[in-house]
Design a protein around this ligand. Structure first.
Ligand SMILES: Cc1cc2nc3c(=O)[nH]c(=O)nc-3n(C[C@H](O)[C@H](O)[C@H](O)COP(=O)(O)OP(=O)(O)OC[C@H]3O[C@@H](n4cnc5c(N)ncnc54)[C@H](O)[C@@H]3O)c2cc1C
Length: 460
């Protein structure tokens, strides 16, 4: 029987079957959905993962990989009759090579642990996001996560030199190379990144490391409009090149919600301006040049105000505020959440046109917009009107969501910038990637997972 076989493979510490023990794996961060599972298995080695996948494939039972379970599209939730494959016990750092600027880690390593392992060798791993204390590198790669440093370093995909992957029949593909240049055939590792566990289970990754930034200056600047934020970014990049490391747009309402609901993360700045920019710039030799540049921006009228963090503690408090933006919305009721992208130069157009859509289609609703403006990525949340029925607001929200996605796509962007497709956005993938693009995706799935064993029902 499959369950006994799986228990034998992973040993007594490697499985959970009791409903209460499985519960944390079956509920999701935002509480939008619940999963069900035959069994949770947590292998400790690539060989164990391969044996688990092979046994499930032979029994025709679906297998759902799960990392830190912080994904926001329901991709890591199994359904009845499926096995949940937790990667949490595959968490070893296999090798750090500071001269090669590379690190090789198992897929279940927590993202913050990867950052710390690099820092211990005076190297920098740049992937950084709000869930970094919980999410795992395997989950980051499987969703091609973005985060705050994409502007300078690229997304999760761009940090990868090589991968080790267990395929749908349990075969192990060892592509764990750290070599930078390799033009031998198709770049297979790219298939598994962003495919959300539907094409293979990532068991380990060789990752690119970077020099540690010399010194960062963190600033919170107030601007009149998103267009001014985009122009400010263009100016700073012109003067400071790729030392502009992070550049986040935050609406004034966001700051007010943090003040109101997450006092620990509240910062003492005037929150009455319509928009803010939180930026990190590498400033070797001191902050004087960037401070002068920001003063010039105030004189030009592009900037309303700027607060330069006095020290690392204050910089940390600015970023804590940024990371609290999702939590700060919760007490205000239900929200339609959107993770869209458009070309950076069209962000202001998106913000203006989407405001008109919200006003017409959901009068009284409040827009909470923030995001990685340097990547053209906005988290565009629409909060229910005060005193409205939250459940009804969500139920009626589909038309507005579609209108917002239509707008993003019409402006040359995407309905899913960095969170993936998972369960919740499958119909949108069908809508916006219809035709040859989705046919190619289906052909890939059919080739790599002909019996539909890996994460059934997700993405396509
Ligand atoms: C507070 C908060 C802030 C966030 N901020 C950001 C952000 O700034 N940028 C961003 O991109 N995302 C962000 N996210 C979303 C989420 O953290 C990322 O998508 C993250 O990369 C998911 O990693 P995870 O380990 O939790 O994956 P999970 O949620 O466990 O899984 C996500 C998907 O990957 C698959 N998967 C997991 N591990 C593997 C593996 N080893 N092999 C194959 N498939 C696998 C799962 O089946 C699932 O489909 C945020 C989430 C939260 C809660």
């Amino acid at each position: 029987m499959l369950i006994d076989t799986l228990k034998d493979i992973v040993g007594p510490q490697g499985w959970k079957q009791d409903a209460a023990d499985m519960e944390p794996f079956l509920s999701e961060w935002r509480g939008r959905a619940r999963g069900e599972a035959l069994l949770v298995v947590a292998p400790q080695s690539t060989e164990e993962v391969a044996a688990v996948v092979k046994a499930c494939a032979e029994a025709g039972v679906g297998i759902v990989p799960q990392g830190g379970n912080t994904g926001l599209c329901g991709g890591a939730l199994p359904s009845a009759g499926q096995v949940l494959l937790s990667m949490s016990r595959m968490n070893r750092v296999r090798q750090v090579d500071p001269n090669d600027y590379s690190i090789t880690v198992e897929a279940g390593c927590i993202l913050a642990d990867v950052q710390n392992a690099a820092a211990a060798h005076a190297r920098f791993f740049p992937l950084s996001l709000g869930a970094e204390g919980t999410c795992q590198i395997g989950g980051n790669l499987s969703t091609n996560a973005g985060g705050i440093n994409v502007l300078r370093y690229g997304t999760a995909r761009q940090q990868v030199l090589g991968l080790e992957v267990v395929l749908a029949d349990g075969t192990v593909w060892d592509g764990l190379r750290t070599v930078r240049k390799d033009t031998a055939g198709y770049d297979l590792k790219q298939l598994f990144m962003g495919s959300e566990g539907t094409l293979g289970v990532i068991t380990a990754a060789a990752l690119r490391l970077w020099p540690q930034p010399a010194e960062l200056t963190t600033m919170l600047a107030a601007v009149e409009s998103p267009q001014h934020a985009v122009e400010l970014l263009a100016q700073l990049r012109g003067k400071f090149g790729d030392t502009v490391q992070a550049f986040e747009l935050i609406s004034g309402l966001c700051l007010q919600l943090v003040d109101r609901h997450v006092p620990d993360a509240s910062i003492r700045v005037d929150s009455a301006h319509p928009w803010y920019v939180l930026t990190d710039v590498e400033t070797p030799g001191g902050a004087q040049r960037i401070e002068e540049a920001m003063m010039a921006e105030i004189e030009s009228g592009r900037l309303l105000d700027v607060v330069v963090a006095k020290n690392a503690a204050e910089a940390g408090s600015f970023w804590r505020m940024r990371h609290a933006l999702s939590e700060a919305q919760n007490p205000e009721g239900s929200a339609l959440k959107h993770d869209i992208s458009v070309p950076t130069g069209r962000i202001a157009e998106f913000v203006d046109k989407s405001a008109e859509l919200v006003e017409t289609m959901a009068p009284g609703a409040r827009v909470v917009a923030f995001g990685h403006v340097g990547d053209g990525n906005l988290h565009y949340d629409v909060l229910q009107p005060r005193d409205a029925d939250g459940t009804a607001f969500l139920q009626d929200g589909e038309a507005l969501t579609t209108a917002l996605y239509d707008l993003a796509v019409a402006l040359g962007g995407s309905f899913s910038a960095e969170h993936g497709v998972g369960l919740y956005k499958r119909r949108h993938l069908e809508r916006y990637r219809a035709g040859i693009e989705i046919e190619l995706m289906k052909a890939l799935k059919q080739t790599l997972d002909p019996h539909g064993v890996l994460n059934p029902g997700k993405v396509i």
